[in-house]
Design a protein around this ligand. Structure first.
Ligand code: NAD
Length: 356
């Protein structure tokens, strides 16, 4: 992989690699774009097969964070930290503190938080070495579990889609099929049940299925969820689930869920549009987690402020749907366009005052 060429093509500013053999640390931090503010994104700890895979993941995920934060109107850019290690067997205090020192060395250009393989408790060790951390547990003065606000944001995004589709944002009586019943889906379901929506869920994990049943929710086999008779399909498990095999099976008018990278490819966004299915772009409506964590920056964490910002996903999703309608383009493209416009306009403001 030609890293510099990739960076040039996708607009990345910086990739830094760190090594501390004494504690087994091999880390990569990618900073995609700091036009809107410091780059922020999670720390992924994963046993990558090789270095290239880790760099590629950091590059891909940091860019996704630029888009997510820009769309959510946050004063943040996109970044990602990656440690090559098995989080179950190799993660240690020393490794995390060493990573913290490297984050500190970037002088605030990158703010780290949790992702796959890292937890709020891990960040307490990172925090001992750097102040550039968000997403700490509430017991450490942080914003705590991100999935609560992520669930709220998806719910607000879903309501915005309902308004465009049925002229009312009420979800009462709407049939909603949820794929995956983990942390995010649980909090989403809480809001939907309060509004008397009619839910059906599928999960591959028996504890998750039991939890759904305990809440009085119908359950179907994982493979059947695509065929469910529903108004809204909500992918809350894996990426790549909207593809040429699954889209023809969907009976819904709206797709709105929390999973990252739901579209297998750009053509799948176009196919949903062609079929008249309103797709809520994943990074638009699952931004509640980063909104929540970013509410720790600068001032003490204020849950009301985080909630109010998360609820704005309703307006943001409405704007995306409006652009899609006006321009006759898929919502996936409309969202990207909205983000690029924000980045361009802020870039030009800064340029006015750049010393010559
Ligand atoms: P989670 O691990 O708690 O839940 C995922 C659930 O999906 C699990 O119960 C798992 O058993 C189930 N699952 C896996 N494969 C499945 C399949 N083939 N069919 C049905 N169910 C399946 O994770 P989470 O925190 O709830 O996150 C869910 C999704 O949302 C992920 O894609 C995540 O990247 C994304 N996301 C999460 C957050 C957050 O704040 N947690 C924020 C943004 C995006």
């Amino acid at each position: 992989m030609d890293v510099l060429e990739y960076m040039g093509d996708w607009g990345h500013e910086q990739v830094t690699m760190f090594s501390d053999p004494a504690v087994g640390l091999k880390a990569v931090i990618a900073i995609h774009d700091t036009t809107l503010g410091p780059a922020c994104g999670g720390l992924r700890i994963w046993p990558y097969e090789n270095e290239e895979e880790a760099v590629r993941d950091a590059l891909r995920l940091s860019r996704a964070m630029t888009y997510k934060s820009a769309a959510a109107d946050l004063p943040l850019g996109g970044g990602k930290g990656v440690i090559i290690a098995d989080p179950h067997t190799q993660k240690t205090e020393a490794m995390l503190r060493s990573y913290g020192r490297f984050v500190e060395a970037l002088g605030g250009r990158y703010i780290t938080t949790t992702d796959v393989g890292s937890t709020g408790r891990d960040l307490e060790y990172v925090r001992l070495e750097t102040a550039h951390v968000v997403g700490l547990p509430t017991t450490a003065g942080g914003s705590g579990d991100t999935s609560i606000m992520t669930g709220l944001g998806i719910y607000m995004g879903m309501k915005a889609c309902a308004r465009r589709t049925w002229d009312s944002d009420s979800l009462a009586g709407k049939k909603i099929a949820i794929q995956g019943f983990g942390k995010v889906a649980f909090h989403l379901a809480h809001h939907l049940l309060k509004e008397d929506a009619d839910l059906v869920v599928a999960d591959v994990y028996s504890d998750a299925v039991d939890r759904a049943r305990d809440m009085g929710i119908k359950v179907v086999e994982p493979e059947k969820i695509y065929d469910a008779d529903c108004d809204i399909f909500s992918p809350c498990a894996l990426g790549g689930v909207l593809n040429r095999d699954t889209i023809p099976r969907l009976k819904c008018r709206i797709v709105a869920g929390g999973a990252n990278n739901q579209l297998a490819g750009d053509a799948d966004g176009e196919e949903l549009h062609r079929r008249g299915i309103l797709y809520a772009p994943d990074y638009i409506i699952n931004a509640g987690g980063i909104i929540n964590a970013s509410a720790e920056i600068g001032t003490p964490y204020n849950p009301d402020r985080a909630r109010e910002k998360t609820e704005r996903i309703y307006e943001i999703m409405g704007r995306v749907a409006q652009i899609s309608e006006n321009e006759e383009i898929p919502t996936s493209q409309a969202a990207d366009r909205m983000v690029k416009e924000r980045l361009e306009s802020v870039r030009s403001v800064k340029n006015l005052f750049r010393p010559h």
